[in-house]
Ligand binder design. Structure first.
Ligand SMILES: [Zn+2]
Ligand SMILES: [Zn+2]
Length: 263
C-alpha cells in the first residue's frame, strides 16, 4: 500500500490522500477537494486514479468530485446514507465493506458516526495499518459536531472502534490541526511532556512535512483518548464541578468536546 498525502494549502487546512497499489499503479483518492493537486500527484507517480472516497458529505471533502471524475472517470464511493446528499455516488458503503485498489490494497470500511451521522473511516490492513479518518479523529484532537453530528455518538466511535485498533496504526486525518490541538491538550494537562515535545516539533514543521502520528502516540497526547487521566479529570472539575470525583469516560469526553467548542 503506497500512501501520498497532499496538502491543500487552503484556509480549511485540508489533507487529501492517494492510496495506490504498487503492482498496478491504480489509486484511490480520499476527499480530493483540490482535485487538480491530486491528479498532478498521481501523474507524477505514474498512478491512475480509479476511485474517489468521500469520508463524509461536507463540501470541503466532496467539492472536488466532479472535477476529478471529469478528468479520470473514477468511481465515487461514500457512506450509503450520505449518497443522496453528495450526489453522483457510484457505490454506497456500509460497515465491513472491503474496498480493493489494484491487486494488493484492501481497505476496510468503518462506520464512524459523530462528526456527521454518515461518516466512514478506512482502515488499510498492512504490517503497519493506516487509518483514514476524515473529520472523526484529528492528530491530537477530535472532530466537532456542529454540522449534523452528535457528541455522544462521537464518543461511542472513539471508545468502541478507534481506541480498539492496533497501537501502531498510522493516523491520516482530513485536516491539519496538530499544533492547535496540542495547545488544547496542554491547556487541559499542562504537564504532558509528550504533548510539549510534539508541539515544539509541530510548530517547526511546514504542513507538507507534518508528523504522522500513531494511535499509541494519540493515546499519549490526545485529550479525547485520556478520559480517565486523574489530572485531566481534576482540571475538568474546575469548570464542571457537578461531574464529581469519578466521572465516567463518556462524561469526560462530552465535557472536553464542550470546552473545545468554545476554546
Ligand atoms: Zn466535516
Ligand atoms: Zn472537513
Amino acid at each position: 500500500m503506497l500512501i501520498e498525502r497532499i496538502w491543500a494549502a487552503n484556509a480549511y487546512r485540508n489533507f487529501h490522500y492517494l492510496i495506490a497499489c504498487p503492482e498496478t499503479g491504480e489509486a484511490l483518492a480520499v476527499d480530493p477537494l483540490k482535485w487538480e493537486l491530486c491528479n498532478e500527484a498521481a501523474r507524477r507517480r505514474g498512478w491512475q486514479i480509479t476511485q474517489i472516497l468521500n469520508t463524509h458529505e461536507h463540501g470541503d471533502h466532496t467539492g472536488g468530485n466532479a472535477g476529478l471524475v471529469g478528468a479520470t472517470h473514477a468511481k465515487v464511493l461514500a457512506h450509503a446514507g450520505a449518497a443522496s446528499r453528495i450526489g453522483g455516488v457510484d457505490r454506497g458503503l456500509a460497515r465491513g465493506d472491503v474496498i480493493r485498489v489494484g491487486r494488493t490494497v484492501e481497505l476496510e470500511c468503518l462506520d464512524t458516526p459523530g462528526h456527521t451521522m454518515t461518516h466512514v473511516c478506512l482502515l488499510g490492513h498492512a504490517e503497519q495499518p493506516a487509518l483514514f479518518c476524515g473529520d472523526t479523529l484529528f492528530n491530537a484532537g477530535a472532530g466537532n459536531c456542529h454540522n449534523g453530528g452528535d457528541p455522544g455518538l462521537l464518543y461511542e466511535t472513539f471508545a468502541s472502534q478507534l481506541a480498539q485498533l492496533p497501537d501502531n496504526t498510522r493516523v491520516f486525518p482530513g485536516h491539519e490541526y496538530l499544533a492547535r490541538n496540542l495547545e488544547f491538550t496542554l491547556d487541559r494537562e499542562p504537564q504532558n511532556a509528550d504533548a510539549q515535545v510534539l508541539l515544539a516539533r509541530a510548530r517547526d514543521d511546514a504542513p507538507t512535512n507534518a508528523v504522522v502520528t500513531t494511535l499509541a502516540e494519540e493515546k499519549r497526547v490526545n485529550a479525547f483518548f485520556r478520559l480517565q487521566n486523574p489530572l485531566v479529570i481534576a482540571r475538568l472539575r474546575e469548570p464542571f464541578p457537578d461531574i464529581g470525583e469519578h466521572p465516567d469516560a463518556r462524561t469526560v469526553f462530552l465535557k472536553l468536546r464542550e470546552l473545545r467548542n468554545r476554546w
